[in-house]
Design a protein around this ligand. Structure first.
Ligand code: GUN
Ligand code: FE
Length: 454
């Protein structure tokens, strides 16, 4: 008698993998069978046609065979999304950050007091991000308990791996009276309630994250309380750090110390803290971030509007800082992370060369700053996983099967084309990173579950 119930039901995905295990290595695994257990973990990878692959297929409850003109890539990890800014995606980027927050962003976020409106936005946003291959998202929600819990529940229902944070902000000068926590104590209590409510969903893929908006928006008392909450609960932290000239200077003026050092003082710079932007982090700050085990969410498109600088991604990586990528929806005006990869490459070239032709070439840029598409994709996958400390980012035994399929032979509504006698696999990869759009992504999995496409 065969005791089938004693075996973990597994599924197999057969295809060719493209991924970036390090910033300088593009890995192509042609024709492999990826074996995934019932919990969504990758338990084996075998060459197609091997006895092991045949045995895995014989015992599988589901087999997906990709076409030769499809590629399997590890899921994208968006380290920085402002969920309630979704309705303003693509608009309003011509104001300075501090003005944009007051005129565009806080009024929109305040509307999420209306849970019905919030649900409508979440039901539109989460499937869209999944369809773009974003298998993990790190969300700033609004200040509202109900909207935040609904965001977490929506991610759970739709299968997105997510970190969801109720935004804490109470500073009477840097927030409007109609959109702030009524006091530091109430802000800390609301954040603590939100941690409990999200944990109560009981979904290991959806976790809370402690979210002071940024130092200028928070009183000392709130920052102390949230640091204590982080220490007590062990829950990860996210915030903005040294984003723009104004933000960096306002923290320095208030404390006489840099943003990173101030956050450390409040106990908010912890292992796997996600620091959005970080453009103005100096080398000393980067050392502080590294020592804490925190990481940076590099948001190159948003930075081009709001940051007054380019984040030195190559330098941060060379200094051993954990770095991943973020869209910063809606400070960044595109929902997908592949365009952020392309943008990260582009802005690194601008930083490397400099931008003002009136300055002599030798003095114009910061040599050594450039990164390529492999490094950028590494940041969007492995880099993000390292910032968060999650077992994702690579199609590798022991990691979760979070992945997406790109069609090279799709309906050609976009510009992704492969010329067989011209494009080797590294050019195919480059084209995917720079050109693949929504219509080229045909299926997305999180923890072995199909969450977009069919
Ligand atoms: N700093 C504080 N809040 C925000 C925000 O919503 N977006 C960006 N880009 N920076 C911020
Ligand atoms: Fe942001």
């Amino acid at each position: 008698m065969v005791h089938m119930t004693q075996m973990t039901p597994s599924s197999v995905v057969i295809g060719s993998v493209l991924q970036a295990p390090s910033a300088s290595v593009l890995q192509h695994l042609p024709d492999v069978a990826v074996v995934i257990d019932g919990a969504g973990l990758i338990v084996a990878i075998h060459p197609v046609g091997s006895p092991e692959a045949d045995a895995a297929c014989a015992g599988a409850i589901d087999i997906v065979r990709l076409r030769p003109a499809q590629r399997l890539l590890p899921g994208l990890i968006d380290l920085h999304v402002h969920a309630p800014q979704w309705p303003q995606l693509g608009t309003g980027l011509d104001l300075p950050l501090e003005q944009w927050l007051f005129e565009n962003t806080f009024p929109l976020e305040a509307r999420f007091a209306d849970a019905t409106f919030a649900q409508e936005v979440w039901d539109d946003m989460v499937p869209t991000l999944l369809a773009h291959g974003t298998t993990t998202a790190v969300y700033f929600s609004s200040i509202h308990d109900d909207a935040t819990e609904r965001l977490a529940a929506t991610c759970s229902r739709l299968g997105q791996r997510a970190f969801v944070g109720r935004v804490a902000m109470d500073h009477p000068e840097s927030t409007p009276p109609w959109y702030r926590d009524p006091s530091a104590a109430k802000g800390v209590a609301a954040s603590a309630r939100s941690l409990a409510a999200i944990a109560a969903l009981g979904d290991p893929l959806v976790q809370p994250i402690i979210t002071p908006r940024f130092v200028p928006a928070c009183t000392d008392e709130l920052l102390v309380g949230l640091g204590e909450l982080a220490a007590r609960s062990g829950v990860r932290v996210q915030t903005h750090c040294s984003e723009s000239d104004w933000e960096h200077a306002s923290v320095f003026d208030r404390f006489g110390r840099t943003d990173a050092v101030v956050l450390r003082g409040f106990g908010l710079l912890r292992d796997h803290t996600v620091l959005a932007h970080g453009d103005h982090l100096g080398d000393d700050d980067l050392a502080v971030v590294r020592a804490a085990g925190s990481g940076v969410a590099h948001c190159p498109l948003s930075n081009s509007y709001f940051a007054n600088a380019v984040f030195p991604a190559a330098r941060a990586m060379a200094l051993g800082v954990r770095v991943g990528l973020g869209t910063d929806i809606a400070g960044g005006s595109h929902p997908g992370l592949l365009p952020q990869c392309a943008m990260a490459v582009t802005v690194s070239r601008l930083l490397d060369d400099g931008v003002d032709a009136a300055t002599p070439a030798a003095d114009r840029g910061v040599p050594g700053s450039r990164i390529d598409t492999v490094a950028a994709f590494h940041l969007a996958t492995v880099g993000g996983a390292e910032v968060l400390g999650i077992p994702c980012g690579l199609i590798e035994v022991g990691r979760s099967f979070d992945a997406f399929v790109v069609d090279l032979d799709g309906d050609h509504r976009g510009a992704l084309r492969v010329w067989d006698d011209i494009d080797d696999e590294s050019r195919v990869f480059e084209k995917i990173v720079r050109l693949a759009g929504l219509s080229d992504i045909s299926r997305v999995w999180v923890a072995g579950r199909v969450v977009s496409g069919s």
